[in-house]
Design a protein around this ligand. Structure first.
Ligand code: HH2
Length: 277
């Protein structure tokens, strides 16, 4: 399997690690570390040296309760970083945003993948960015906004509801001209989901893989891991790697993580076991 980009493809025969680069003061995990553009650029390059296949640049935290960032401020944070990393790296850069205009400007600055985190609130204009530019797109499930998502966790069957929403949105994109192999699906761990719901999604991850698109899993350091292990955000690497190993063993093709080295090692080990069968 491979992911179609604006120019060329990203091979997915080996699992791709997407390194998180939040250019924000308030992200739940790396907030404030990479606000300075030079530090952000160095960190992005460093993650690729560690084995990341994609660098995901975001300028607005999506953690529950996060304060919304005005568009101009988000652009000011992400564009210089996207531009520099796209020029410097062979690895594709993705733009993590809820806003179509930020996505469009980031693609113009060199990003190859739109990581749309708006979920059920997504604007049609976000689909237009992918269709007009040929950028690949990650469709992630979420409900509401960071300030309301915690109260929007009623599902009939979380796996069935989220997967049918992902399938319908992917079909809409494809009907409007996006190539099938440019669309990645993501159940959106922690976005309008309770800890047990996040575990159920992981446990039934095969049902998302059956949709026939590359699957992205973004569990890194999230609170459902903290809930299982009773550990704070800074001590969730092992828990994260357990989720990575589980998802990769079942066939997930992209994992979005803060800790690139442990993820690369975990994945290599799982792949070696799989290849030996
Ligand atoms: N999770 C976060 C942000 N973007 N994108 C995708 N596709 N999937 C995810 O699971 C995902 C995402 C939240 O994590 P983080 O970027 O670390 O935090 P914050 O939103 O506070 O910046």
């Amino acid at each position: 399997m491979k992911l179609r980009l604006r120019s060329g493809f990203l091979p997915l025969d080996r699992v791709a690690v997407m390194g998180v680069l939040n250019v924000t003061p308030d992200s739940f995990s790396d907030g404030g570390l990479w606000l300075d553009p030079d530090a952000a650029i160095r960190h992005g390059i460093g993650m690729v040296e560690q084995g990341a296949a994609i660098v995901d640049v975001g300028g607005e935290s999506t953690r529950p309760g996060a304060v919304p960032v005005p568009q101009e401020e988000e652009l000011r944070r992400v564009i210089p970083v996207v531009e520099a990393l796209s020029a410097e790296l062979d690895a594709p850069v993705s733009i993590d945003t809820r806003k179509p205009e930020v996505a469009r400007r980031a693609v113009e600055a060199g990003a190859s993948i739109v990581n749309d985190t708006a979920g059920e609130e997504a604007d049609r204009a976000m689909d237009d960015v992918a269709i007009d530019t040929g950028a690949a797109v990650v469709i992630m499930h979420s409900r509401g906004t960071p300030s309301t998502m915690r109260s929007l966790t009623d599902y009939e069957d979380v796996v069935a509801d989220v997967s049918s929403w992902l399938r319908e949105r992917a079909e809409r994109l494809e009907d409007r001209g996006a190539p099938h192999d440019a669309v990645v699906l993501d159940p959106g761990f922690g976005f309008a989901k309770t800890p047990p719901q996040n575990l159920e999604i992981l446990g039934r991850i095969d049902e998302f893989l059956a949709l026939g698109h590359p699957l992205l899993v973004g569990t890194s350091r999230k609170s459902f891991i903290g809930a299982v292990l009773d550990l704070p955000e800074g001590e969730r690497v092992e828990g994260t790697m357990a989720t990575v190993a589980w998802a990769v063993a079942r066939g997930a093709q992209i994992v979005r993580v803060h800790d690139v080295i442990p993820a690369v090692r975990t994945i290599r080990m799982v792949e070696a076991i799989r290849d030996a069968r």
